[in-house]
Ligand binder design. Structure first.
Ligand code: EPZ
Length: 421
């Protein structure tokens, strides 16, 4: 195991370039199961979730070749088994996409129950409701999800909850189903559009991705040989924007799509943080005291839940009392106790964090409890007075490529060391 050692209090300066979107990459790799032949994915982030999913493809009889550190060619030609039963499936939530992809390819699937960050109960009822509407029979026994069908047929599915995972999973199952599938109340995150573009480039017929109604007309086959470049990670982008504001720095964040972080940009401007948008970059800089704010996390294009913990750190430095209302996950507050060890004054009432700003944040020994909580603790340690030790770095490495090196390139005093404790 490793940990991060950070000496805080140094404003971040310079330029940083964002990696490919984790939540797109973890859907595209299972989606490769739908292709006859191989496909190449560029700008794929070098993170543990990607490595686990590529290993699962290999264990199933497929193969992958890294062209360079961020370009991989995946060939699923030789996969003939509809099962993905491996312990590593429990290491991440996105393994649930194997269900939609295997159903889409074989009309049947058996997968291990997915895992992932613990935000409380993470149901799959909307995924299952959609698969059943398309003619699948789903059983859950001994921690295995078993899906069978006589071949999937198009259906009209109205999601009771806006769900990224269910939207993508049902899209994967529908691309080769008989007839037309309509997904209403679909999620609109940028990575949903990215997955649809990947599939359409190989012959799928998906219309409306990025809106709340997606129509998929089933096709016979998807033709391999395509090269797809993953969109930049909007959550990593936001993480660096918030870190720059929290350390009162001046950083230009490159290789991004500014529109994908509009809700954060608007909020930072409200808080008196300097933000200048370029074509494919954004500059964040300190303009003086930070105003308090009230935030509610919502599905895209609302303020993203995956930036909630990071924003809580910035609000600790704002003047006055701010609130964050968590609109997506029950247990998104695992970062709170760790920030309190650094001097933060945060009270959680139901799904609302009440944050009293203006408190001095000091370095401490802290632990990442989930991916984005880990990113928040890094930001807090960078802004804090004194040294911090952050354990649970494995969570951070799930979703951020070279986070320590990227921050060090901006002048942060941050190193990864072995955690012998
Ligand atoms: C995806 O999780 C992301 N993970 C999460 O990012 C992100 O927080 C979340 O979407 C929301 O944007 C991946 O893409 C791998 P949901 P997912 O289905 O698909 C409820 C990160 O840090 N729901 O959109 O699991 C659910 O309980 C991770 O990168 C049902 O009720 O999220 C939640 O309240 C953390 N039934 C809400 O919908 C279902 O069948 C949104 O969940 C499915 C979901």
């Amino acid at each position: 195991m490793s940990k991060l050692l950070i000496n805080g209090g140094r404003p971040l300066h310079g330029e940083v370039y964002i990696s490919g979107c984790k939540n797109s990459a973890v859907a595209l790799i299972p989606a490769a199961l739908l292709v006859d032949g191989s496909c190449t994915i560029e700008n794929i982030p070098n993170i543990s979730d990607v490595i686990i999913l590529l290993d699962i493809i290999k264990c199933m009889g497929g193969s992958f070749t890294y062209i360079d550190k961020n370009t991989v060619t995946i060939d699923t030609t030789n996969i003939s088994d509809h099962r993905a039963i491996f312990n590593c499936m429990k290491k991440l939530r996105a393994s649930y996409y194997m269900l939609g992809a295997l159903l889409g390819r074989f009309g049947k699937a058996e997968i291990d129950f997915p895992g992932g960050c613990d935000f409380g109960f993470r149901p799959m009822d909307q995924h299952i409701k959609g698969f059943e509407a398309m003619g699948a029979k789903i059983d859950v026994e001994h921690g295995i999800i078993n899906a069978t069908s006589e071949g999937l047929t198009g259906a009209h599915i109205y999601l009771d909850v806006v769900s990224v995972g269910a939207t993508i999973n049902l899209m994967l199952a529908a691309v080769k189903a008989e007839g037309i599938t309509t997904i209403e109340n679909a999620a609109k995150e940028p990575h949903i559009v990215d997955v649809a573009n990947f599939l359409n480039a190989m012959g799928a017929n998906i219309r409306g991705a990025g809106t709340d109604i997606i129509k998929i007309k089933g096709v016979e086959k998807l033709i391999g040989g395509n090269v797809h470049c993953i969109i930049p990670d909007q959550i990593e982008t936001g993480t660096f924007m918030i870190a720059t504001a929290a350390t009162k720095g001046d950083v230009t964040i490159g290789n991004i799509i500014p529109k994908h972080v509009e809700s954060l940009t608007a909020k930072l401007l409200e808080m008196n943080v300097g933000v200048e948008q370029g074509e494919d970059s954004i500059r964040v800089y300190n303009k003086g005291p930070i105003n308090k704010a009230n935030i509610k996390t919502l599905p895209y294009p609302g303020f993203p839940t995956d930036l909630h913990p990071q924003m809580a750190v910035l609000l600790c430095m704002a003047e006055g009392v701010s609130t964050i209302t968590e609109g997506v996950w029950d247990l998104r507050f695992q970062y709170v106790d760790e920030l309190k060890r650094m001097g933060a004054n945060i009270k959680v009432e139901g799904r609302i964090a009440v944050i009293e700003g203006g408190k001095k944040i000091t370095g401490a020994k802290i632990r990442a409890m989930d991916l984005r909580a880990g990113a928040a603790l890094v930001i807090a340690a960078l802004a804090a007075e004194g040294q911090s030790e952050i354990s649970g770095v494995n969570y951070i490495n799930r979703g951020y490529e070279n986070l320590d090196k990227k921050f060090a390139s901006l002048g942060a005093d941050i190193v990864t060391v072995n955690d012998n404790e």
